[in-house]
Design a protein around this ligand. Sequence first.
Ligand SMILES: [Zn+2]
Length: 433
Amino acid sequence: MRYCKRCCYPENAKPTIIFDAEGVCSGCRYHESREDADINWEERERMLARLLEEAQADARRRGNIYDCIIPISGGKDSHFQTWLMKEKYGMNPLLVAFNHTFNTQAGGRNLENLVEKSGCDLIRITPSPHSVRKLSRFMLKRVGDLTWHYHAGIYTVPFQVSAQMNIPLVIWGEHGYAELTGMFSLKNFVEFTRWTRKQYDMRGLDVADVVKDPDNDIKMTDMAPYLFPSSEEVERVDMRGIYLSNFINWEAKAQTELMMKTWDFAPVTFHRDRTFNLYSHIEDHANEVHDYMKFLKFGYGRGTDAASREIRLGRLTRAEGVELVREYDPVEPKSLATYLDYFELSRQEFMALFDSQREAGIWERGKDGQWVLTDAIHRQETDETHEALKAPLDEADHVFAHHNRALYYNPDNPPEKSGDPRLDEEAATFSVL
Ligand SMILES: [Zn+2]
């Protein structure tokens, strides 16, 4: 397996990653492009301001109280998107949450906090836990993803509300795929479309594919939150989904710090099984199992994601990143037991789901039938080309600098406890509401 010479991504990273002639990945090149002189962020912010002014004028014409929809989970990005729209641009957003039902205590705390601090109205759609269980179990077996319904719901429910309430503009935060692996260029101003929704967010599967599949007992009555409005409705309302990361220089850590200071967003303080990051995806209880499955398939996980991001931003050296990948990526999360119970699967049955999906050249079956990881970034030699291609390091803002201790778990200098058990203790199971 080839690994990027600048960050930690392997060549088989998903979605598609491309290595250039020097051995640097498209995600690293995308990151560089954000700092390119020819991207004029002031001009882009002016474009955003104009677009939002038009949305306000449009809302007045339609007789709407709300001028946009912000899809939220309650995490750091939800806080920042809402704060930016409300405080900086004077918008009156309607917050729309799809409740995936695999909630953490920290997520509940932060969602409540966001509604309180922003003073915005919230619509939260909670699907039947029975339907979620059927769907999640089916998708686990069919596409190896127990969180398929998250993306399906998050990328559908805001547009259902858009259609019902005649609010055309839906404002997303970061374009995740572009950031991680550089799939889209910043020059394209990519917007949300039905096509990207089905292709990337729903793994090529739509409601009809699920319901007509003979291998499950999922009915249309289980699928209401995942039915995208018809083309006629999309046209009638003139729906549009934009990503803020196309208009402002998106920096998750700075935004998180700002939200901690202004709106009391709170990271967790306990050691997480699969990442040293304490502020990202903390509302999602199934995330660790979901991420562990990525490791079982492709040999890498959230340690690689988090380390690569920090390397690109100059807060870790590649060697330190490789060490964190070695430490976090292979860890089987404690919460796996909860989900085995939930799906009524034995550990063996769960592991067997990945037999046909294990990446050749990374995983090999030993004589005893056990899977063995045969390649990993820490087993590869580095040479002078790695040194020549490295990202500049900002020593003062190192991930494990003292002022970052609330954001990144450092066993030698762990974060201060908050006094709130929802943030200080990891709950074994999830909350539906
Ligand atoms: Zn890279």
